[in-house]
Design a protein around this ligand. Sequence first.
Ligand code: NAD
Length: 402
Amino acid sequence: MAQDRKKVLVLGAGYAGLQTITKLQKQISADEAEVTLINKNDYHYEATWLHEASAGTISYEDLLYPVESVVNKDKVNFVKAEVTKIDRNAKKVETDAGIFDYDILVVSLGFETETFGIKGMKDHAFQIENVLTARKLSRHIEDKFANYASSKQKDDKDLAIIVGGAGFTGVEFLGELTDRIPELCNKYGVEQGKVKITCVEAAPKMLPMFSDELVNHAVSYLEDKGVEFKIGTPIVAANEKGFVVKVNDEEQQLEANTVVWAAGVRGSQLMEESFEGVKRGRIVTKQDLTIEGYDDVFAIGDVSAFIPAGEERPLPTTAQIAMQQGEQTAKNIKNILEGQPTQEFEYVDRGTVCSLGSNDGVGVVYGKDIQGKKAAFMKKVIDTRAVYKLGGVGLAFKKGKF
Ligand code: NAD
């Protein structure tokens, strides 16, 4: 093998990093570059299905597949390790499994929950963040039903669930809850009318990217299934009783034995520690997805803030964008290896769907509003497509939603 092979290091096997790898391994020969993928787990998980595993409508195991099942071992070296430091000047990455140097680096370390420093949130609220949080939350919800059913002195708070935040994550989680609750009531002989699901949202309007008609559909669908919304109501603390909210400048305690914080995400904490000008774990990139001053460092997915040329605001953080960025990064790495200039990233917005359980939803697809069963179907298409894009037809058959 050639001695002067460039070292390409990809950090993170989420949508952005794994898409970079799966595209790159098709475009290069083993002689062209020494490619290493580092990820803290030996599995990739479908982060966009976390709301389902968190509510328990699917198992946490359904989210996973081994990273190595989609990696070509002849071209890519996979290392299970946790990144602890990125030294961009020395071109080195420290991990708990040793130090790796690089010529080209792709930082795709994904998202974490952002609690905005709200008191008690980390200790008292469940989060929808990764496979472990999903497993913990779905089991906790079921444990509370089991406890209610088996106790002589029944605690109504066992059947109370409060969801903080009515963004995509909060609403999709509520949708799954409304699918799961009837099953749990059946299993534990609990009267459904006793279950209380509340969603607390700080902003005056939920899902502001959607038309009023779509928002109204989502709200009435969920309300019909028993969800109560408290809009324009910020959560200011979490404690052992539940959430504390502010209503007309006065604090009120909302009580429940399950409280879920679904009201904010940020890029990996490592971003602030490794780069300058990072806000909430996201760094503004140049149009080719590299970082200002570092033509050999790409930042993609949830750690990047990509502002399309001529616009002012960065794109949101979604799997669709992360995967498109991964695809572009693979092409740009190939260009660098061949001594060609990199190309600008152009985002193609195919649309967004917010599911409301497995049979309903709202969304915009290719610029058109859709709702109901059509949206639920489209969501399954989107979910299956993501599996296919990373793992091909075989994996899509095994893990897809059809
Ligand atoms: P988000 O930041 O988009 O939404 C959080 C919500 O919580 C907001 O409505 C905000 O007003 C509210 N909030 C914030 N602080 C609060 C407080 N103190 N009290 C009460 N409410 C509060 O976060 P998200 O929903 O996790 O989404 C993160 C990103 O992931 C977004 O870019 C989203 O588009 C994307 N996403 C997309 C999908 C999809 O395409 N189906 C699904 C999930 C997430």
